[in-house]
Design a protein around this ligand. Sequence first.
Ligand code: SF4
Length: 236
Amino acid sequence: MAEKKVFSIYRFDPDKDKNPYYKEYAVDVEEGMTVLEALIKIIEKQDASLSLRFSCRMAVCGSCGVTINDSPRLACKTPVSSLKGKVIKIEPLPGMPVIKDLVVDLEPFFDNLKKVKPYLITKSPDPAKERLQTPEEREIISESADCILCGCCTTSCPVFWEDNGYLGPAAINKAFRFLFDSRDEGYEDRLSALGGIGGVSRCHHAYRCVVACPKGINTTYSIDMVKKLIVTGKKD
Ligand code: SF4
């Protein structure tokens, strides 16, 4: 049976509004409905002017990150039934410029990602066939490689809120994914970004990134391992 819930949604259209405001929408929530499905229902049945970014609806594309009851999460992976209270607050991801309503400008997030060179860097001569990796070597980066770049971790981070120049957990986790890849030879190429002023030393272990990650990635572990690599030169 459907249950009535109220969604209090952040609205801001820079072409029309002087200031942001919250608008409430009552929704009949069916069993198993996700926050994304509820938002799409609002757009289809009540207010087509609401802007929201989404695509795959199955926690693969990472585009529907929003703040749900004060925590950055993927809307498609959050069942409405998991949220307490009759009123559910939906806001854009924090720490990012708002383009309109729930859509933020992710440019600072992707700029930081680019700084860690998020791709395999090799310098030794190409092997005859391919660069092989054992299952054990792959296992080391397995969890970190699941990242879908949704931005929920980085936008949960109080250090990033203060300073978008801090690389943030997503970019550093991506650096871990390549630095600890047995085939990669790009440590020196990434060192100035990771060891510099916006690098790993800015992490103060708030752990909000770990809680926010919809893929269960321990981003703080990735940050600590990169810190250790820079300080000791060791990967274990
Ligand atoms: Fe999203 Fe997790 Fe990747 Fe951060 S580490 S961007 S929360 S999938």
